[in-house]
Design a protein around this ligand. Sequence first.
Ligand code: UT7
Length: 334
Amino acid sequence: MRKLHAAITGVHAWVPGYRLTNDELATMVDTSDEWIMQRIGIKERRILKGEHGTSYMGARAVRGLLEKTGTSPDDVDMLLCATVTPDRLFPATSNIICDKVGIKNAWGYDVNAACSGFLFTLQTAAEFVESGKYKKVVVVGADKMSAITDYTDRTTCPLFGDAAAAVLLEPTEEEVGVMDHIFHVDGSGRKYLYMKAGGSLRPPSHETVENREHFVYQDGKVVFKFAVSRMADVSVEMMKKHDLTPETLDWLVPHQANMRIIEATAKRMGLPREKVMINIQNYGNTTTATIPLCLYEWEDKLKKGDNLILAAFGGGFTWGSLYLKWAYDGKNRK
Ligand code: UT7
């Protein structure tokens, strides 16, 4: 039997309606549209209002995915959810999404790899599919970053937004799908991007709340430096490993954290801007949702056999690149 590949056979996304603009942010902290556009490249981000958690968005993305691919919830074998903002510490948000969508014959769990979460989870799911035992696996990246963003801290609050996006993975004997990955973690980077309290090391208390320790903390300069070099390193390494050139590589799908990081990565790879998926201006950094949200927005331009490199860098540190051959003509599939 020929080797099975795990192919993405559908993609869908859901974003909240509320648009938090730079001008509105400037009424909350000392910042400006000009600074945010120059240093980060974000114009607005979506915010989930009301008493809803991450599963609310994840379920909407997954429901849409199943509808558009004609997949019955009964036929899904597994659902994995990448998130850093689970509804609760437990149970897993993947379970809650399954329940909301009516997926009853599957199992799954959450994966936490910060901004590399979607990539790490996609590879994990691909291994299940390649084993031959799993026919339909859903991978959803969902994050309600507004729940852990400190809107009194101007150094982090412009960065993040809320979104969810999901892909369906199915086995194929064709030479398409997830082809390769180069992933890394370096736990010594944990002090530069993390949430100070809320876990077992520092459980929630009056003190942690008063000290605003339940929000994203970031040493932006250090993270920026690592992100630029590491994301580009693994992407260039992947190109070399598979003899991909700026001509034969069709798309770079980068994690959307900062426009300058995306541009630096594309430059190191020798890629022109039109081969890079960029929507950071509309959504900001939605952590695990950035990459599938790009795939969703570019779906109608993607053709069967297209060569894609997906690349991310995130808290942990975690980073990596994944080489994907697109499995279908996306035109008119949206
Ligand atoms: O997805 C996970 C990975 N995360 C990332 O990749 C993010 C990486 N880091 C970054 O993207 C950037 O470091 C930031 C966008 C977070 C910050 O940009 P920067 O160019 O590194 O700015 P900075 O922190 O060096 O700050 C420059 C100046 C400072 O003022 P002084 O000290 O020079 O007077 C800041 O206080 O800009 C000031 N500043 C702001 N000014 C207006 C910081 N935030 C703001 C703001 N509005 N929102």
